[in-house]
Design a protein around this ligand. Structure first.
Ligand code: NAD
Length: 262
């Protein structure tokens, strides 16, 4: 009876980082399951995907874990294959995988970090989209949500990350246009500062400050005075994949406490 009753959703990067706050992907997976979807939780780390699946099943939801490195074409194709084999369809896809480690301004960025960040943040979303689109187009229906970043339009000195997400924005518009007549919608969410492992634990360690101090510093950067949570991203994603957004495609939606309005 939920907004996604009977629907099949794929969420990449849906894992739970051990001992950490909830990420954008896990929140999407859990919220979609609460709305009635069967969710395929994809993560490079099987234990992380398993942790999300366990949390969903604990609430009485339906989910499956799949270990895949989405930056590899054959592993991206496995996602679509598993969805077809287990459920016979894919209604919603959230391309949520993203990394920032090793990034730097253009002058200091290494070729290795450039290639890795572009492959994991941008190319992977295309690979998974390419694998799932034929299924959605055959159905004549489907919704894709790309988890981009506010950094795609307002830089924070992370050249590869910002560029990969800007490319993702343009891909979102391109897919929205090329699949519109087939009934497939494609939108992007641009989260601002979200309290997830990537934005806190990863960075506080690198900068040698406590997670609490970093949280305070980041909260002060947001007009609303606090960081968002994975749930804020997930609620926007739920809207974009639901029937309520049937006429919404090619949108780049900021979810950032007002930060991008500056
Ligand atoms: P996270 O690090 O908590 O979760 C990401 C998950 O992706 C992890 O479980 C990781 O194992 C998995 N993963 C990494 N590389 C993978 C690969 N190649 N294949 C499959 N899985 C892989 O991250 P998060 O902070 O929840 O971020 C999720 C998305 O949100 C990212 O795209 C990120 O860029 C975006 N985002 C985050 C923020 C923020 O402030 N946290 C802001 C804007 C955008």
């Amino acid at each position: 009876s939920g907004r996604l009753a009977g629907k099949v959703a794929v969420v990449t990067g849906a894992g739970q980082t051990p001992g950490s706050t909830i990420g954008n992907g896990k929140a999407c997976a859990m919220l979609f399951a609460r709305a009635g979807a069967s969710v395929i939780c994809v993560d490079r780390e099987l234990e992380r995907a398993d942790a999300t699946v366990a949390a969903i099943r604990e609430e009485g939801g339906d989910a499956l874990a799949l270990a895949a490195n989405v930056a590899k074409a054959d592993e991206a194709e496995n996602i679509a294959r598993l969805a077809l084999e287990t459920h016979g369809r894919i209604d919603a896809l959230v391309n949520n995988v993203g990394i920032g480690a090793g990034d730097a301004p253009a002058k200091h960025l290494t070729e290795e970090a450039f290639d890795r960040i572009m492959a994991v943040n941008f190319k992977s979303a295309w690979l998974v989209t390419k694998a799932c689109l034929p299924i959605m187009e055959t159905q004549g229906a489907g919704a894709i949500v790309n988890i981009s970043s506010l950094a795609s339009i307002a830089g924070h000195h992370m050249m590869a990350y910002e560029t990969s997400k800007a490319a993702m924005n343009r891909m979102t518009e391109a897919v929205a246009l090329s699949s519109a007549r087939k009934g497939v919608r494609c939108n992007a969410i641009l989260p601002g500062l979200i309290d997830t492992p990537m934005a806190i634990e990863g960075i506080s360690e690198r900068r040698g400050i406590s997670p609490e101090a970093l949280r305070e510093e980041r909260s002060a950067m947001v007009p609303m005075g606090h960081m968002g949570t994975g749930w804020d991203t997930a609620h926007a994603a739920l809207f974009l994949v639901s029937e309520e957004a049937n006429f919404v495609s090619g949108v780049l939606l900021r979810v950032d406490g007002g930060q991008g309005a500056r």
